[in-house]
Design a protein around this ligand. Sequence first.
Ligand code: ATP
Ligand code: MG
Ligand code: MG
Ligand code: MG
Length: 445
Amino acid sequence: MWQQTFRVPNLSTSSNIIHRLSKIFQPKHVIPVNAQIKNKEITSKSQRLMLELGIIRQASPGSFHFLPLGLRALEKLIRLVDLEMSRIGAQKVMFPTLTNAKLWESTGRLDDIGPELFRLKDRHQHTYILSPTHEEAAAELLASISQISYKDLPLRLYQTTSKYRDEMKPRFGLMRGRQFMMKDLYTFDTDLETAQETYNEVCESYDNIFKKIGINFVKALGTCGAMGGSLSHEYHYRTDIGEDQLLRCLDCGYSANVQHSGNEKCGNCGNSNNLQINRGIEVGHTFLLGDKYSKPLKAFFLTQENKPNVLQMGSYGLGLSRIIAAAVEVLSSEHEIRWPRILAPYTVVIIPPKEGSKEEPHTLQIPEKLYSLLESAHPLEDNVVLDDRKHMTIGKRLLDARRVGYPYIIVIGTRAKEDPPIFELNDIEENKQLFLNESDLLIYL
Ligand code: ATP
Ligand code: MG
Ligand code: MG
Ligand code: MG
């Protein structure tokens, strides 16, 4: 399943820093088995594992601290998304978190989304929304610029920021939070035809993102709901804890969210025999919006004839923090986290011998030398961590490394005393243990 050909995104520009596990803030959270049964706040495997292993920490229901390892995974996902967005000419921006409630009033969504909106008043009694999404803000930005010309279009603006929703039941950890990370893209075109072309291009780009992550996904015809517009697709990971039901027609391969399409017959071929219903968790959603926001907010451009015309919009969300948790949910066992290789906080962990062991004096220089060698291999730059907690046995550190889910674990054991040294490589995904010298190790990784 790992997409070996894709480069793991690196996060740092300074290459001579050694990442040491003893220095990484990773407070483990011991959750006794009994408490898990009673504890209504732990509602999914990924949430439990990520809490237990110090990847995230809960602050309040539906709101989480991303600790260093969790943030590394999230930042890798953001890099991956940034790269795909730049390929379709989308520019990164940051809209303000606060949106004036008046904008939401003029599009009708103040009532439509109602109870999910976090509202607050400033000292002058003006009402603001802690934005759950930014269609209003994006349309208003364009409306405020009088000189947008057809020559400036298509325009594609996106951000990767926190979103706020007062969810009725925040649960499953990062998967249904009240504050979560979303990547949201807003597109502006001159007419519906070009907006549809943009829509197709963005969907292709989303397909690429999900292929790079490497987990099987379902792309289903979606509901437009309170968002509005004429066409929408949802991207889902299949998991039993998913809160959406997806209909799949085994005759023609068509998929749709049951909430829209019903579960009686296929919305494409009309067949009613060969249907399957699966549970899914929505990880992305695309909308062809038309003028639902640009019209009430007066977001216009100037045509070739210098006449104002309404912009045609699209809106495209990716649940970044949900993708991280849902990936962990799909791939992990009850006791060990598995990450998509491309998102693992570190790709490789090196475990040197225990302090005072008979191997230690013969291998003192090896760990850091091996570390720099791996780091210099381009795809691994900034993706290697040294488990320097040498007071722990190799066995204990190996178990810990398996639980945290590093895709490759290198043990500097007895055979590292040989000349040239031989290393034990544990390829976790392939469930293989190999004994390799330095150069074979580099070729393998
Ligand atoms: P859901 O059906 O799960 O409530 P949604 O349809 O309300 O999601 P959208 O408005 O389409 O969500 O937002 C875009 C993306 O943001 C979703 O596809 C999902 O991946 C993510 N997302 C939505 N709500 C949450 C949440 N409460 N916590 C984490 N991610 C979320
Ligand atoms: Mg929702
Ligand atoms: Mg939905
Ligand atoms: Mg949605």
